[in-house]
Design a protein around this ligand. Sequence first.
Ligand SMILES: NC(=O)c1ccc[n+]([C@@H]2O[C@H](COP(=O)([O-])OP(=O)(O)OC[C@H]3O[C@@H](n4cnc5c(N)ncnc54)[C@H](O)[C@@H]3O)[C@@H](O)[C@H]2O)c1
Length: 311
Amino acid sequence: MKNIEQLQTYLTEKDFSQLFILTDDNTSKFCLPVLLEKVDILTDRQAVLLEIPAGEENKTLNTAENIIDSLTESEADRNSCIVSLGGGVICDLGGFVASVYKRGIQNVNVPTTLLAMVDAAIGGKTAVNHSGIKNLIGTFNFTSQVFFDAEFLSTLSSSQIMDGIAEMLKTFVMFDYSGAEELMQITDFTEIKRDLILHCAEIKEKITLEDPYDRGIRKKLNFGHTLGHAVEMFYGLSHGHSVAVGMHYALDLSVEHTGYDKQKADKIKGFIENNYEIPDYRSDMQQLIPLMRQDKKNTDGEIKFILADGQ
Ligand SMILES: NC(=O)c1ccc[n+]([C@@H]2O[C@H](COP(=O)([O-])OP(=O)(O)OC[C@H]3O[C@@H](n4cnc5c(N)ncnc54)[C@H](O)[C@@H]3O)[C@@H](O)[C@H]2O)c1
């Protein structure tokens, strides 16, 4: 992942015909001033601001259409570039619009949440939710460059930080247990080390380069997401929090079906229980099952779970 300072060079060298900055109302307030201070070309070239309301409920085709309408009004041509400045919602939306507008324009992700820094901004998956189903419509868009700046973390709430910690835990449990150990020892997550964040982002980058279309090893990054997506829709919890709940269940399934080390599973579950409120998902399973049936991993009507197998 490149540093934010390298975005200036990148945009200068590419010489895009027009620059757009996609934000939500929070990232306009908290992150745009930081970006404009560090990347002069955005001001010099009078980048057009496209602001949408914050929140997962706005990750829709309707919002994508509004963004497309604004691009059209500004006469954006195929050599234009969107700078997506935000969390996973902005990165998913910006990447989606960039991949369909005029059959594809450039998108740059500048992740501003921990979750987007380690996960959503990387790997080319773009999506909008539709008919109450998470990420029902989307594309693979491998053109997006990612530019990192830890300064954005300073304005996140502790629950927003914990959303990112959940996705970090997922990646480390699946690919580097020592990273999970380090993560679970942290006492103040606002002080999380930049190196650990970048290490996690590098793992995601490596896995997605190896298996860009999610046909093999990349599927492991969906650990916790089968129940997680259902929980997100059913209880309206944030994505990261829902993944934590999904992992809580997937760990039990892993012990049962792959022989995953029970002590390790209990330790991780303990960490999740101490840091996230866990709804009584087992009691609500009858309502969660129809939602899990919509999961993109399923084939032949069977619900599929990704399990940990103790690499
Ligand atoms: N494409 C992928 O591979 C991938 C991977 C994981 C998650 N996702 C998606 O990412 C989304 C979740 O991402 P998220 O948790 O970043 O959600 P988000 O984008 O909704 O951001 C969470 C909140 O933080 C605010 N915010 C963002 N940056 C801020 C900052 N620096 N300071 C203060 N407030 C800030 C946002 O306005 C929002 O209110 C979900 O839609 C999920 O499906 C995608």
